[in-house]
Ligand binder design. Structure first.
Ligand code: GLU
Length: 439
């Protein structure tokens, strides 16, 4: 079930470690776009947003669906469909990842593109939101086929993306190599354009610290909350992490470095647990060779379903959306859920968790570290100037800290949960830009 929020590249997970999905417990009663709009409307009501602005904000700017058929290595035709949704551009070029996954469709892209609009606004980046991908199980393709598929996709969407219009990035099952192919194909058509895509390899105009940025941002987000809530630090706390791709594995590493005890981890093939804490550096080494965490020696097995309801201090879903649902939210035993994945909690589950006093740190804040460092990468590309790793890390921490301070203040003032506060902040920023620009 669980796959990476962003595919791995040169670091923690094997270079092409595509994971097949199982959607066994992905039961959602609303579509992905409706789910995001549910949170949007809840905040809009509290803000007393005018119906006119509300309509302007929810209506997507552009939805594109393209044929990305390729000739497979066997000589047969492989038929695939690609999507790119550009949700809002009032605050700048649209920004968001590309995922390669069988669940990709227009609704999923709409929901995730709108999340990017709110996410970039929460961390105050000069961007709008976009998202897309290809409906494909990349585990069934060879690296050459994957390259052809990626280049074909760029040929189909090159006229709607660009450094000042829409800038893709990694997401589920895509990595720095895929971004390098995008940059190359786009540059063939438009001239040298490193800033058309972020999450590139550091050797090809990527930013230092981009690969680990989402995982690092997750831990910064958590630390800000713990400090504010008077709940101490990461050290000594027990964590369960679903997903061991780019986001999950880096988050685990940073938690482990800070003395956190990661007692359970799972990926698409199931998981492992150890009551005293897993040996995270060894587990990362194990996964780097393309192996599933389930085979990790010296730890007991655990299913994805059991991991979500494990008795831990903090639960971190860092894989697919829609995993905390009406059917398991009552059983979640963690008192804090940190949404490293996009949309891991359904709106009904969110209400159940709130009723039970479980705090949820929302995705549009928690996992914004990835797009924040994407912004640094884009800025470096445009300025043709590279930053040191320390600067990237310090600037990322500053962005996460400032974003949290704003959310926490709004949550207190308005007496709302942090997700609603995040939407209020985001809607305020996007709404003001929209009104100032006019229709
Ligand atoms: N795919 C990541 C996300 O969901 C990163 C997007 C980006 O860097 O543009 O936030």
């Amino acid at each position: 079930m669980a796959t990476a929020t962003e595919g791995g590249s040169s670091g923690h997970v094997a270079d092409i470690s595509w994971q097949s999905p199982t959607v066994a417990y992905n039961r959602r009663s609303m579509s992905g776009f409706e789910e995001v709009n549910h949170y949007f409307r809840k905040a809009a009501r509290i803000m007393d947003l005018s119906p006119r602005v509300e309509r302007m904000l929810v209506t997507p700017f552009r939805e594109v669906k393209v044929d990305v058929s390729i000739t497979l290595d066997s000589g047969e035709l492989g038929t695939f469909i690609g999507y790119r949704v550009q949700h809002d551009r009032s605050r700048g070029p649209m920004k968001g990842g590309l995922r390669y996954h069988p669940t990709v469709d227009m609704d999923e892209a709409l929901g995730l593109a709108s999340l990017m609009t709110w996410k970039t606004a929460v961390v105050n980046l000069p961007y709008g939101g976009a998202k897309g991908g290809i409906s494909v199980d990349p585990a069934t393709l060879t690296p050459r086929e994957l390259e052809r598929l990626t280049r074909r996709f760029v040929q189909q969407i090159h006229d709607i993306i660009g450094p000042q219009t829409d800038i893709p990035a990694p997401d589920l099952n895509t990595n720095a190599q895929v971004m390098a192919w995008i940059m190359d194909e786009y540059s063939r058509m438009h001239g040298f354009s490193p800033a058309v895509v972020t999450g590139k390899p550091v050797d090809l105009f990527g930013s230092r610290g981009r690969e680990e940025a989402t995982g690092r941002g997750v831990v910064f987000a958590l630390e800000e909350y713990l400090k504010d809530a008077g709940q101490g630090e990461v050290r000594g706390k027990r964590f369960a992490v679903q997903g061991f791709g780019n986001v999950g594995s880096w988050a685990c590493r940073f938690l482990h470095e800070r003395g956190g005890r990661v007692v359970a981890v799972a990926d698409a093939g199931g998981g492992v647990q150890a009551p005293d804490g897993l040996d995270i550096p060894k587990l990362i080494e194990h996964a780097r060779t393309g192996r599933r965490v389930a085979g990790f020696p010296g730890a007991d097995a655990i299913t994805n379903e059991a991991l979500l309801v494990l008795d831990v201090d903090v639960l971190i879903p860092a894989a697919l959306g829609g995993v905390i649902t009406e059917s398991n939210a009552r059983d979640v035993r963690a008192r804090l859920v940190v949404e490293a994945a996009n949309a891991p909690t359904t709106p009904r589950a969110d209400e159940i968790l709130a009723e039970r006093g479980v705090t949820v740190l929302p995705d549009i804040f928690v996992n914004a570290g990835g797009v924040t460092v994407s912004y640094f990468e884009w800025a470096q590309n445009i300025q043709q100037f590279t930053w040191e790793a320390e600067r990237v890390e310090a600037e990322l921490q500053r962005h996460m800290r400032e974003a949290y301070a704003t959310l926490a203040r709004v949550a207190r003032e308005r007496k709302v949960d942090l997700r609603t506060a995040a939407f209020i902040v985001a809607i305020g920023r996007v709404g003001r830009a929209t009104v100032l620009r006019g229709v």
